[in-house]
Design a protein around this ligand. Structure first.
Ligand code: AMP
Ligand code: FE
Ligand code: FE
Ligand code: ZN
Length: 279
């Protein structure tokens, strides 16, 4: 078994890259992709550790993109390794929109009378600062009971302080991934098009036309019916199948590396072989 979707503490997970590799080996995974949001820092730190242990680590990233007026997460895989300096510098440029969103989020929270500043939130993060780091500060200061409550009250899309991030158009993200030799895969389609399957069908067709080569069929948020439907979309549009737990450590404690939620994820190593033959 493998896991092609995981996060370290360089984005919004809680495991260090070393801890994540150790956990992957402990549970007997044959391969792991680190797919941090907007950064390769976790992969970079994990690579020498994986190599020393002769463990198969796949380079990946997860991007928040704009499509049909909504947000779509796109996974990028580089099965041959490093995407190179041009892609890295483009990735770096995406962090500006995150910082700008974070400033607005601080303003919104302060307008609600909350005592919080960007410095203390940024101290929680490593390569980047995300909403889970805001959530941790809000809990520590007693403004929320737990992380979920912090998202409900202050950070989530329908909460009081929500700040929308400026996202990159999905076509642009696909083009950058492909130019760097990467493979684009639609992340957790259950969260796309409000899980309306006919709309999803049309959108996946469009994205295949734009060069997206894969779709994440296996994911902790997917029902068995969903898995069957997303597989049928893969077949219809000639897409490769990817899958993973979307492990975030203590930030999503119900989800386990490799096996997801109560064992609902199982990703065979053959999927990685197919991904590699595409690259
Ligand atoms: P950001 O990229 O900074 O906008 O933060 C998004 C991240 O916040 C997601 O990748 C999740 O890890 C986390 N997240 C989003 N909604 C929730 C929620 N309701 N509860 C816990 N974590 C969440
Ligand atoms: Fe995340
Ligand atoms: Fe995601
Ligand atoms: Zn993810």
């Amino acid at each position: 078994m493998i896991d092609l979707h995981s996060h370290t503490d360089q984005s919004d997970g809680t495991f260090t890259p070393a801890e994540l590799i150790a956990e992957a080996r402990r549970i007997g995974l044959e391969a792991l992709a680190i797919t941090d949001h907007d950064t390769l820092a976790g992969y970079d730190l994990a690579l020498p550790i994986a190599q020393a242990a002769n463990f198969d680590l796949v380079c990946g990233v997860e991007l928040s993109t704009r499509f049909h007026g909504g947000s779509v997460h796109l996974l990028g895989y580089f099965p041959k390794g490093d995407p190179g300096p041009a892609f890295r510098s483009w990735l770096h440029s995406l962090l500006a929109s995150r910082r700008e969103r974070n400033s607005r989020l601080i303003e919104n929270l302060r307008a609600l009378g909350i005592d919080i500043n960007l410095d203390e939130v940024e101290r929680e993060g490593k390569s980047l600062t995300g909403r889970p780091h805001f959530a941790r500060v809000l809990v520590a200061k007693g403004y929320a009971r737990d992380l979920t409550h912090a998202f409900e009250e202050y950070l989530g899309e329908s909460s009081r302080a929500f700040a929308q991030r400026q996202e990159v158009p999905i076509a642009e993200a696909i083009a950058h991934l492909r130019n760097a030799g990467g493979i684009a895969s639609m992340a957790h389609p259950a969260r796309v098009a409000k899980n309306h399957w006919e709309t999803l069908n049309v959108w996946v067709g469009e994205l295949a036309g734009l060069g997206m080569q894969a779709i994440e069929v296996h994911h902790s948020d997917h029902s068995p019916e969903g898995v069957a439907y997303y597989s049928s979309l893969a077949e219809r549009y000639g897409l490769t199948i990817t899958g993973g737990s979307d492990f975030h450590g203590g930030n999503k404690p119900q989800i386990r590396l490799g096996t997801g939620r109560n064992g609902n994820v199982q990703v065979p190593v053959e999927l990685l072989h197919r991904l590699r033959s595409l690259a």
